[in-house]
Design a protein around this ligand. Structure first.
Ligand code: PEP
Ligand code: MG
Length: 757
């Protein structure tokens, strides 16, 4: 049996395919010609194309050898038969005796019972299966590795044809090819909001347009040269990295180097070129296989390595096709949704905010830096969407639902209009809040509530004016440290703090000293492995043990506030002496500055955060020392209930609107009043109107919230009768009540009295 037919092997086949692709014929005619060409070239009696449909079944779209009547009639359910298996596993299946395979299923209308050998390959694009290409022979034939390779190469050309949408005209309604189907994916909500728009790939897929090589030898040389350049550039990166420091990054580079010298990978690339592909098409072919494996890999370590290999292929593609054509600012559509594997905060900040509607990431956790920046920018963001960049094409319609953590790719018209309505509704509500901007938050019975914002980045500063907030109640200084590539120097810190005070003008700003450690990781500081990082070496503990960092920060803060008021607080104070020692550090810095003739802040207020439950039982002692307290409800609630705030399995398990939590919160505000010291609350609790209602009812008059919450919470305050709310709530905190939540009671109160929550 000749392995390659008289028609000249895969390269000739590819060249003929190119001609067929260019012919002005109908989609069906083109497919019919393609199967004839492949069958003849591979000396196969049968060649068939199955296309994956939106309903997950596989439909026979063209065949040479099987009964023509079966075309568009034979449909295999997901996973059915050998063809279904190839699609499901995204791997080639090469069988000399197909009928003895347990998965074999016989479709009488095709007349395939006379064929024994079977070779099926997935039609892959960016790791996604679009269909299956099959050849069959009567004889018990084992297809050679070269033939498998050749068929996979051919499948790549088919993938482009399917992805182009050309076949849609052949489909029955509801049974269209899956390539362009609407996809709904559940991910992780990282930044709230809803964005409708068009896909912009952050790392633009290098679109290989020229698949078929004219001169294989030339392509091999191109491939080899690019690999040499790639290897050299990795060596340079490793050298530079070595001079900086060891860490995660180095591991990735080591993995790159290993793969760049991996014989198996190189062999596959060269083999793909030998079948007649251009060097870049060969890289894409092998990369698509890698992606398909990655999507099916459950071992996180191996998946990570496949990711590395995917990255390496991208680098190689750029080597071959010229530098990265990143989405240029001026080319961004005015409703851009950025889709990326991951992204640095700086890259996100680089996009024109006015054109940005959302972000979709394959990775990303809620504490990741890009998520922090996305929240600050108010850009709807969803993370943990596997193969997001592979599922979309630039320009595709897409919806990011940052509230539900969902992404809809190519949404059906009905869904799109429903979401558009939601966005309109939100905008209308925002307009209503904007009207309230300059109104002070005074309740119906005359109680003034101070509403301040939580901030941490330069991009947060315009929010003070936009929302009409009373100031910044919590400036999280660690965010600057978290999004920087290297430790911010005193000068950089000083510039930021000055900008903050300038933006706030006459309104107060409360700076919190560095709260790193725990889940707040600085990439350039070696992380200490801890069993329980939330209970570990973090915040003020780190500041006191390594005073250099804190001292540098205090100096920057004191300089920035020269001639103005400086309000300062320490995070995670668990014992009174921690506060005393921190305060003493401030005093020392003040003395130092005074001695050197520097201008000092005009007024100073030094406070502590109440976020460790031990302070609840030392309120008198701490209140004797501080100028003010600020409750960090995020941490306080997690420690009260012993429920990790970043673990979604437990974080919502206990309701802060319950007697134990509210009693604790009330104890703090009551003690503050008794000592004549202000007590604020700056955790996310205050950002939800119903929760804010409860806080006001138990006595809080200063709340610091996310900027987006100022409008809704102010609207709530304006409609609230505080005395009436207190009357409802107080007894519940005094009586013996056995209820895990008083949320419904409060909601009913709000509804009855017409308070918008
Ligand atoms: C808190 O714990 O409530 C708080 C405001 O601090 P962070 O969320 O930054 O830990
Ligand atoms: Mg905290």
């Amino acid at each position: 049996m000749p392995v390659r037919g008289a028609l000249g092997g895969p390269r000739v086949l590819l060249r003929r395919l190119r001609e067929v692709m260019a012919e002005p014929v109908s989609a069906q005619e083109r497919l019919d010609k393609i199967v004839v060409l492949i069958a003849a070239n591979m000396v196969a009696e049968v060649c068939s194309v199955y296309v994956l449909r939106v309903d997950a079944s596989l439909e026979l779209y063209a065949t040479e050898g099987l009964s023509r009547d079966a075309v568009h009639l034979t449909v295999l359910r997901a996973g059915e038969g050998l063809v279904g298996m190839v699609a499901g596993e995204a791997q080639a299946l090469n069988l000399p005796d197909a009928q003895s395979h347990p998965a074999y299923s016989y479709k009488p209308e095709t007349g395939e019972e006379i064929y024994h050998s079977f070779l099926g390959v997935p039609v892959l694009r960016s790791g996604n299966t679009l269909g299956v290409l099959v050849v069959q022979n009567r004889a018990h034939r084992t297809y050679s590795e070269e033939e498998v390779e050749a068929l996979q190469t051919t499948a790549m050309v088919l993938a482009e044809m399917i992805a182009s949408g050309e076949l849609s005209t052949l489909a029955k309604p509801g049974a269209e090819p899956a390539a362009r189907r609407p996809v709904q994916i559940q991910g992780l909500a990282l930044a709230e909001g809803i964005g409708l728009g068009r896909v912009v790939l952050h790392e633009p897929r290098v679109f290989v347009t020229n698949f078929i090589a004219d001169d294989a030898q030339k392509e091999l040389t191109r491939l080899d040269q690019s690999i040499d350049t790639l290897r050299a550039s990795i060596d340079v990166m490793l050298e530079e990295e070595g001079m900086a420091r060891a860490g995660e990054h180095r591991d990735v580079l080591e993995a790159y180097r290993m793969f760049a010298h991996d014989r198996g990978w190189l062999h596959k690339l060269r083999e793909a070129v030998m079948t007649g592909l251009t060097a870049e098409a060969a890289v894409e072919r092998v990369q698509s296989d890698t992606r398909a494996r990655m999507l099916r890999q459950v071992d996180p370590y191996l998946r990570e390595r496949l990711h590395d290999l995917d990255d390496l292929a991208n680098r190689l593609l750029r080597e071959l096709m010229g530098p990265d054509q990143g989405p240029r600012r001026e080319e961004l559509p005015d409703n851009a949704i950025i889709v990326a594997r991951n992204m640095s905060p700086a890259a996100l900040l680089d996009f024109d905010r006015t054109r940005l509607r959302g972000v979709v990431l394959e990775e990303g956790a809620s504490t990741s830096h890009v998520a922090i920046v996305a929240r600050a920018l108010g850009v709807a963001t969803v993370g943990q969407i596997a193969n997001a960049a592979g599922l979309v094409d630039p320009g595709d319609a897409i919806i990011v639902d940052g509230d539900a953590g969902e992404v809809h790719v190519r949404p059906p018209a009905g869904l799109e209009s429903a979401y558009a309505e939601k966005v309109r509704l939100r905008a209308r509500r925002q307009e209503q809040y904007a009207v309230l901007r300059d109104r002070p938050a005074v309740s119906k019975d005359g109680e003034r509530v101070n509403l301040l914002i939580n901030a941490g980045l330069l991009v947060d500063l315009p929010h003070i004016a936009e929302t009409g907030a009373d100031g910044i109640g919590l400036f999280r200084t660690e965010l600057q440290f978290m999004i920087a590539a290297t430790l911010p120097r005193t000068g950089e810190q000083l510039r930021l703090y000055r900008a903050v005070l300038d933006a706030a003008g006459a309104k107060p700003v409360t700076f919190r000293t560095l709260d790193v450690g725990g889940d707040k990781v600085l990439p350039y500081l070696r992380a200490v492995e801890e069993e329980n990082p939330a209970l570990g070496w973090r915040a003020i503990r780190l500041g006191l043990d390594r005073p250099g960092l804190l001292r540098m920060q205090l100096r920057a803060l004191l300089h920035a506030a020269a001639g103005r008021e400086l309000k300062l607080m320490f995070p995670m104070v668990a014992a009174i002496d921690e506060f005393d020692r921190s305060r003493a550090m401030v005093e020392r810095e003040l003395t130092h500055l005074r001695r050197h003739g520097h201008k000092l802040p005009e007024r100073m207020q030094i406070g502590a955060m109440v976020e460790v439950p031990s302070l609840l039982f030392a309120l008198d002692e701490i209140l004797d020392r501080v100028d003010f307290l600020s409750v960090g409800s995020n941490d306080l609630v997690q420690f009260l209930f012993a429920a990790d705030r970043s673990n979604s399995r437990v974080s919502g398990r206990f309701d802060p609107l319950s007697p134990p939590a509210l009693r604790a919160l009330k104890a703090v505000v009551d003690a503050g009043r008794a000592h004549g010291k202000p007590v604020a609350l700056c955790g996310e609790l205050a950002s939800r109107p119903l929760e804010a209602l409860a806080l006001i009812a138990i006595g809080y008059r200063t709340l610091s919230l996310s900027a987006a919450a100022i409008g809704p919470v102010k609207a709530m305050v304006l409609g609230l009768d505080v005395a009436a709310a207190t009357k409802i709530l107080d007894p519940l905190l005094v009586e013996k009540v056995n209820t895990p939540s008083i949320r419904e009671r409060l909601r009913a109160f709000a509804e009855e009295t017409g308070v918008p929550v």
